[in-house]
Design a binder for this molecule. Structure first.
Ligand SMILES: [Zn+2]
Length: 202
């Protein structure tokens, strides 16, 4: 099977996760996470799990396919919750209280697995390894969302792609904060072509 390549243009793990679906919510969507294996493969590419964890979780998923499928379904719900929260932020609106409550419940579960480990003379955040817990691929996503929400210097630059037919979110980390598109080659180019055509028509 060909490995799917995920575009990671969100500048934050949680936004890369909301961008695992293409198109826009008001119209046609292209789902990229069709099975639990896709979620793991995205997790490796985005950096929420290692390839060793992916291999172990895949082996577990073969033994308990129904549980893995349920976790994927929950992940897609989480993705929409996070999308609504950051979409609200991008439009300078207050996220829905119910979405925040759902997010916080998931966050609390994820944070129960967090720890601080020592490497030489420094410490860093890490996760208790649990390669039987199918949700572990989402822990770092939830933490990333918590970090982004509590970092005003980044949160104020959360944007939605300027293409009306694209819902992708990103943190605009450009120096003069002028980023408009999720991706210059994709949406940036499409919008330029459209503008050009409109000009020619008029
Ligand atoms: Zn876009």
């Amino acid at each position: 099977m060909m490995q799917k390549t995920y575009e990671l243009v969100g500048e934050a793990l949680c936004l890369d996760f909301t961008n695992t679906v293409g198109g826009w919510r008001g119209g046609e969507l292209t789902e990229n996470l069709h099975g639990y294996g896709d979620l793991l493969s995205w997790g490796v590419q985005a950096g929420s799990i290692t390839t060793e964890q992916e291999a172990q979780l895949l082996r577990e998923a073969e033994k308990r396919p129904d549980e893995a499928a349920a976790v994927l379904a929950g992940a897609l719900e989480l993705r929409e919750t996070l999308f609504r929260i950051f979409d609200a932020v991008a439009h300078e609106q207050t996220p829905d209280a119910e979405d925040m409550a759902v997010f916080n419940a998931d966050l609390a579960q994820a944070m129960a697995h967090v720890q601080v480990t020592q490497h030489g003379d420094h410490f860093h955040w890490s996760w208790l390894e649990d390669n039987r817990d199918f949700s572990s691929v989402l822990w770092a996503v939830l933490r990333s969302a918590g970090d982004l929400l509590t970092t005003p210097q980044q949160l104020q630059y959360v944007r939605e792609c300027g293409n009306d037919e694209c819902d992708w979110l990103f943190v605009d980390t450009t120096k003069n904060h002028s980023r408009r598109w999720c991706d210059m080659k994709g949406c940036g180019n499409r919008m330029k072509v459209r503008k050009h055509r409109k000009k020619q028509q008029s």
